[in-house]
Structures are given as C-alpha cells and as structure tokens.
Design a protein around this ligand. Structure first.
Ligand code: COA
Ligand code: AMP
Length: 631
C-alpha cells in the first residue's frame, strides 16, 4: 500500500485501519469496539479489550522463539560496561522486580515513581509495573528535588524506585540525597523505596523506608502478567507546560501498544531482530516510546546507552556504538549531532569504524536545522529524517515513512503527516483554515490516533482547557508552522512559553516564577535565545525593586543558583541581566517576541502598541553585555 492510500484510509476509515493494526498485538480479551467517541473530547480506543503491555513486550517474543536474542544491549562507556540481556533474562528479572513491587505493597492501578539513570534496571522497572498493572511515572534524573516533589504530590506513588547515582560524563551524581530531599519536600508521604546500589556511590538507606533492590529482587517470587483494560493507564509522564506545574500526560495500554508496534515498521523500517538505538534518556518521551516500548513490542534489540555524544570518551562514541552493535537505525536529537560536528567537523572519528549496516538517522526533539541536516547527510550517506512529535502525542505527527515510501527530503521540514494525523494550519485568532504556504498554528483534527494521550492525570479540565478548547474540534499542538504546496509540514517553533534546550522541553514561565521570588526583584522575563549548540538557551531580564543597591552580579548569580536548585541543571539557565524596565505595550503586556528578536540579533519592527520605545534600546544594550544581540 502506498503512503497516500494508507494515509487516506486512516482518515476515512480510522476504525477499519486501526482494527487491522490491532491484530498485531496479543489480546487477553478482544475489544468490544475500535473507537468510543461518545464523550468528546475524551476518545477511547479499543474499549472493552484486555491485554498486558509487558507480555507483549517480553513474554510474547520468547513464545515466538526469540528467548536467546538480545532484548537490551546496555552500553555504558562511563562505567566501561557492555552487557547483552536476552529476552529470557529480561523476563526473569522483570518478573522478579514485579514480585518485589508486590512485596512493597504495589497493586494493580497504584502508581510508582522511577527516578533512575540510563541503566537496564530503569527499563525493567517500567516493564515490571506494566506486568502487574501498576502505573509508572519516570522522572528524569537531571531534575532537582523540588521538581521530583511536585511529581510525587501529583502522582501519589505507593513506592519509588531509584538508584544510588547517575553518571554524567566524568561526574558521579548521587541520586539518594536528591530523592531524600524530594520526599521531605513532598506532602504525599512515600512509604517504600527500592534503591539500586551502584558501585560508584553508596546510598545510605532510611530505616524502615528504603529497601535494597538486589536483596529484594533476589528474595521475591516472580510475578506473572495480569490482565489490564485497554484504557487503563500504563504510565504518566510529566512534561513542562506554560506554568510551574508540569502536566501529567497519561498513556493508556492498548492504543499505545498497537500504535508503537506499527510505527517501528511504518516509520523506522525496523524488523524483529534488528538493532535499534534511541540515544535519549528513559526520563523523556523518546525514551519511553523508542528506548523501551517500541523496539521491545516489535521484538527488536534496543540499545541503552549511558554516555554522551562527545566526551565519553570522544566524538566517535556514536560511531563506535553503531559499529559494535550493528545498529540499523539511530534516533537522537539534533543537538547531539551539533555537539559532534563542533568537536569533529570533518568526521575524522567516523573513519575508524565500519558502519556499513547503518541505514538511517532519525532526529526529533527540536527542529533539524538545515546545516545539521546537510552535515549529517554528507557524513553518513544515509537518509537523515526529521520527525516532529511531542510528549503528548507519544509518536510522530509528521515524519518521513521510510518503511512505506521515502519522500524526497526538504531540509527544514519534517515531511508529511503520518497516517492517523489530520494536520491543519489554523489562523491563531479566528481559527480559520490557512491556505498552503501561509503560517499559522498547527492543530490536529480530532480524534487523535491511538497511542496519544486520553487525558492528563487527574486533570480532565486541564486537558480540555489547554489542548481542546482553543480550537474546538481540534487538538492544539502549541507549535506554529505551515504546509507547503507539496503537503510538507514546516514546524517553526512553539507559540507559547515553552522552549527546547538541547532537545529538553522546559517552561520559561516556570523559570520566571522562581526568579520572581528573589526578594530584590520587582519583575522579570525569561526568554529562549538561539544557541549554536543547544538550539535555545534561557536568558533572564531582571528589574530590581526600588532602593536595592546590591551588586547586580551577585543577584544574577543568586537567581541562576535558585533555578538550578529548583528545576535542576538541565534548565541550563546561566545568564541574566539587570535592566531598568521591561518593554511593554500600553496595556502592560510584555513584548517578549521583540525582546527575543533583539537577543537573536534579528531585525524587528517597533511595535505600534509600545508604551515607551526607549525600553527596547535599553534591552539592546543589555543583551550585548551577556554576548547576545547585534554586535
Ligand atoms: N542527571 C543529572 N544531571 C544531568 C542529567 C542527568 N540525567 N542529564 C544532564 N544533566 C546535567 C548535565 O550534567 C549538565 O550539568 P552542568 O550544568 O553541571 O554541566 C546539565 O544537566 C545540562 O545538561 P545537557 O543539556 O545535557 O548539557 P551537556 O553540556 O552536559 O551536554 C549535549 C550537551 C549536547 C552533549 C547533550 O545535551 C546531549 O547529548 N543531548 C542529546 C539530546 C537528548 O538526549 N535529548 C533528549 C530528547 S531526544
Ligand atoms: P517534547 O514534548 O519534549 O517532545 O517536546 C515537544 C516539542 O519539541 C514540540 O512541541 C516542538 O516544539 C519541539 N519539537 C520536537 N520535535 C520537533 C521537530 N522535529 N521539529 C520541530 N520541533 C520539534
């Protein structure tokens, strides 16, 4: 079937289309209907069905004869380890960890937080939850205790699974003190934690609360897969919204398994037994969908890489992993390639490795800029495929369906809507459809396909208000862009206060809330400024309270420290500047777009609504002092 036929069918007969895909997973009870649209905008895929996601990702492949095939290759240059874990071994360990969860009192429907580095036990913990019908919520290790505490209070976990440390390049980051602090900060009191001791750092257990992972896993009875409803939640993944409160994106079991398994062939052109590598982190959606669930649902081998693109030990690290493990497809963020390009512009390190079995590079998390695209294409000689998606959607909205048909690539565009996605460009004010070539906000006609998000965790209202109400009948993506005459979608960036720093999604609104708490600060703005390596980085503009005569540098360093302490190092908030006033309209709205243009050294028009034009001249001078703006 051609892409066009597949795409049209998915929109004209979604129920027939997805019913067919649903046959490729294992059901304990077949669904009653494909789609329940009775409670708009809360659509349900495959209601009445029962399955187990862990069974589909592990046990099923053993029954199909893949027991001795590697399910996970753990490659950790930071600990000098390479480990192959077969599907048989994975089942054995996941069953025991699931048994350990039961010992901790975790039951079907309970939530479990997983705060772990990129080690196989993180994936095992996720699968163990799925096995017993518990709902996992993985929290990225680069988040500070306060962020973890916010997630603990929202998810109210029965137990937390963690490790003694993560390893970031040459730094060993002790996780246990961060976890202890988060538990102290949270109102919801967690009764049990299971802590994996890694040799690089020793975690001191809290008596009566913390149990040793290895001992508990060893002593627990293996637990079998339970039957879980199609629409029961598999996981919650928190992502940045425009305020300080992250959004708990919910993924349900059936739609997720059906859609992800299908994308592995349709989009990535990967088959069971192939080696697939998503160089991301289990804490992000890419890690959920394409380090853990997608490749394992297919019966492929997934690589879990605990390292960086550079510095562990050099910019040849990715080529080594591809060559050593025979990786067919790599998925990472453009920033990783920019980092490699910066250190090895001529690709000298690639010459040391044979990567002749490598077929394609997929990039997402931020737009692939044409320079990075050209460099990677020339270096690798394979397709370099940009694809656009979000935590909310769980898989690509727009991409190049290499497994069906590879379209000519237009640098800067993520190519075409994937089957199941009715992508429209709307006028941001009227909501009217835009013509080809015109920019607007990107929306998707409802219902969203399976594997997306049926709601936000315990927050139906937030779901409708944020995503469904702005343009009735559509899902509002929060991104702006356009469709060209060939049907290619060009994603231009967020139209809200969310920024992408090194492919990590962050809220400038949340940073502003933290900066504004400083006792000497009257008001502030945090914006994403263009950055050669990380795509964007946050920079702050601070107005001091009248009468404050402290050294500005000290105040800047204090706010930088507080963002790091409250959100985490991953926020990369390192620069701020004190200004006399912030530019505003006469009605008091901050002129963020114009400030951003100034920081990015772009030309701008003086807004007709500006209250005082001199404020922009002041911003122009101020950004120069931190290395931004026109030179
Ligand atoms: N646990 C604790 N700290 C972490 C962490 C983790 N899991 N991940 C990152 N951090 C810390 C880093 O150590 C760094 O701290 P520092 O300010 O003390 O140096 C900070 O958070 C910022 O990290 P990062 O943005 O990763 O910057 P970097 O300079 O260490 O590395 C790149 C730059 C480009 C090499 C790196 O961002 C990268 O590999 N990106 C790939 C993109 C990716 O995986 N995206 C995920 C979505 S697909
Ligand atoms: P996250 O939820 O962390 O995956 O971030 C989602 C956001 O990242 C999107 O809303 C986009 O703004 C941005 N993004 C992800 N992939 C792409 C891409 N291929 N092109 C442009 N923007 C992207």
């Amino acid at each position: 079937m051609s892409y066009e036929e597949m795409f049209q069918r998915s929109l004209e007969d979604p129920e027939g289309f997805w019913a067919e895909q649903s046959e490729k997973i294992h059901w304990l009870k077949k669904w009653d209907s494909v789609l329940d649209s009775s409670n708009h905008p809360f659509y349900k895929w495959f209601p009445g069905g029962e399955l187990n996601t862990c069974y589909n990702a592990v046990d099923l492949h053993i029954e199909d004869g893949r027991g001795d095939q590697a399910a996970i290759i753990y490659d950790s240059p930071v600990t000098d380890t390479i480990e192959h874990i077969t599907y048989n071994q994975l089942k054995e360990r996941v069953s025991k960890i699931a048994g350990a969860l039961k010992t901790l009192g975790v039951e079907k429907g309970d939530t479990v937080i997983i705060y772990m580095p990129m080690i196989p036990e993180a994936a095992m913990a996720m699968l163990a939850c799925a096995r017993i019908g518990a709902v996992h919520s993985v929290v990225f290790g680069g988040f500070a205790p306060r962020e973890l505490a916010i997630r603990i209070d929202d998810a109210k976990p029965t137990a937390i699974l963690s490790a003694s440390c993560g390893i970031e390049g040459k730094k060993v980051i002790a996780y246990k003190p961060l976890l202890d602090k988060a538990i102290d900060l949270a109102e919801h009191k967690v009764e049990k934690c299971m802590i994996l001791q890694r040799p690089q750092a020793d975690a001191v257990p809290v008596e009566g609360r913390d149990l040793d992972w290895a001992e508990l896993e060893e002593s627990s009875e293996p637990a079998d897969c339970v039957s879980v409803g199609s629409n029961d939640p598999l996981y919650i993944l928190y992502t940045s919204g425009t305020t300080g409160k992250p959004k708990g994106v919910v993924r349900d079991n059936a739609g997720h398994a059906v859609a992800l398994k299908w994308t592995m062939g349709m989009l990535y052109d990967v088959e069971p037994g192939d080696v697939y590598w998503a160089a991301s982190d289990v804490g992000w959606v890419v890690g959920h969908s394409y380090i853990v669930y997608g490749p394992l649902l297919l019966g492929a081998t997934t690589v879990m890489y605990e390292g960086k693109p550079i510095g562990t030990p050099d910019p040849g690290a990715f080529w080594r992993v591809i060559s050593e493990h025979n990786v067919k497809v790599l998925f990472t963020a453009p920033t990783a390639f920019r980092a490699i390009k910066k250190e090895d512009p001529d690709g000298e390190y690639l010459k040391k490795y044979d990567i002749s079995n490598f077929e394609a590079l997929y990039l997402a998390g931020e737009r692939t800029d044409p320079d990075t695209y050209e460099w990677a294409t020339e270096l690798l000689g394979t397709p370099v495929i940009d694809h656009w998606w979000q935590t909310e959607t769980g898989w690509a909205i727009v991409g190049n369906p290499r497994g069906v048909e590879l379209f000519p690539i237009k640098p800067g565009s993520a190519t075409k809507p994937m089957p199941g996605w009715d992508v429209r460009i709307l006028d941001p004010v009227s909501g009217d459809l835009k013509s080809d070539g015109e920019s607007g906000v990107i929306a998707v006609k409802l219902p969203l396909p399976p594997g997306t998000f049926p709601t936000l965790w315990h927050n139906d209202q937030g779901y409708t208000e944020t995503y469904m109400d702005p343009f009735p009948g559509y899902y509002f993506t929060g991104d702006g862009g356009k469709k060209d005459a060939d049907g290619y979608i060009h994603v231009m960036g967020r139209v809200d206060d969310i920024i992408n720093v090194a492919g990590h999604r962050l809220s400038t609104g949340e940073m502003e809330e933290i900066v504004a708490k400083h006792p000497d600060i009257a008001e502030c703005a945090v914006l994403g400024a263009a950055d050669d390596l990380k795509g964007e980085v946050p920079i702050g503009f601070i107005v001091l309270k009248a009468g404050v005569d402290r050294n500005a540098e000290d105040i800047v360093s204090e706010v930088v420290q507080s963002v790091r302490a409250e959100i985490g190092p991953i926020a990369c908030f390192k620069q701020a500047v004190v200004v006399k006033r912030l530019p505003k309209t006469r009605s008091g709205k901050m002129l963020r777009g114009t400030m951003r243009k100034i920081a990015d050294a772009q030309d701008y028009k003086m807004p007709s609504t500006i209250d005082d034009p001199d404020t922009l001249a002041e911003i122009e001078e101020a950004v120069k002092t931190i290395g931004y703006g026109k030179k």
